[in-house]
Design a protein around this ligand. Structure first.
Ligand code: BTN
Length: 265
């Protein structure tokens, strides 16, 4: 990956590469530094039929799942949040984070022919290491669901002493790839925006087959928070986005909010 591609984030470039419904308003804000792009959008007033996008070159309080910190060094990666208001209940959004992960995989495949995998329910993997994560946050405003989709992708990062799990980046896995973050961000926003209504209408079941091909957990031994002293194998995912596990030879269904899960080495 050449340094010349380490372009700064640029609003005009991102807008110009967007390939979405022309009637959809996209409000794009780019910060050199912010606490968290997710927190920023959660506090912002949002409207139906609008996409609010917040991107930053660095985050000082990047949020990961389960209260963890998301390492967000300057100009190295993608820290992207997309917010909107949906006419849905949160309970109608089963499998939403997997849908978002699939959209990111599609963007990577179309732009760079990269085959990323998904660790249920919302981690992105390259060569068996995590290089991206998704944090979805919601709140009710005037009886409508305000939703923020937070996406963190390791792009140019070569070292980071603070991450305490195995990780990778696009640069580490594909050093000769030419990556402009502006183009990748545009492509991700476009994929999500062009498929969102279909997801809202049909649900995760319409995307299950695509996910099956990217399911990194299938038939792997896993350590599961709720079954810490049991022998667990991950199986497939159901049409409602829940995961089937074989726990001491008994099939059990778990949902994403219930468990945290690690692949056993
Ligand atoms: C995870 O733990 O895997 C989820 C990581 C999500 C990180 C992204 S970076 C952009 C957005 N802003 C945040 O504070 N977090 C998300």
């Amino acid at each position: 990956m050449k340094d010349v591609n380490q372009n700064k984030l640029n609003s005009e470039n991102i807008h110009s590469f967007l390939n979405i419904d022309k009637n959809l308003k996209v409000n794009l804000e780019i910060f050199d530094q912010i606490d968290s792009t997710n927190s920023y959008l959660l506090n912002k007033k949002q409207a139906v039929n609008e996409l609010n996008v917040c991107i930053a070159e660095m985050q000082t309080k990047g949020k990961g799942r389960s209260g963890k910190i998301w390492e967000s060094p300057k100009e190295k990666n993608i820290y992207l949040s997309i917010g909107s208001v949906l006419d849905k209940e949160i309970s109608e959004l089963d499998g939403f984070s997997i849908f978002i992960a699939l959209m990111i995989c599609d963007a990577l495949k179309d732009l760079y022919k990269i085959k990323a995998k998904i660790k249920w329910p919302n981690d992105l993997y390259l060569e068996n290491k995590k290089f991206g994560g998704i944090l979805i946050e919601t709140k009710m405003v005037n009886k409508k669901l305000s939703i923020v989709i937070g996406i963190g992708l390791n792009i140019f990062m070569k070292t980071n002493e603070f991450i305490n799990q195995e990780w990778t980046s696009l640069y580490i896995e594909k050093p000769f790839l030419e990556v402009d973050r502006n183009i990748l961000i545009s492509k991700i926003i476009s994929e999500i925006s062009n498929n969102l209504n279909y997801f809202l209408e049909k649900g995760f079941k319409a995307f299950k087959k695509d996910f099956d091909k990217r399911n990194i957990l299938k038939n792997k031994k896993v350590l599961v928070s709720n079954f810490s002293s049991s022998d667990c194998t991950a199986l497939d995912v159901n049409e409602d986005g829940s995961l089937n596990l074989l726990v001491d030879n008994l099939k059990q269904k778990v949902t994403s909010g219930e468990v945290s899960l690690k692949i056993q080495k």
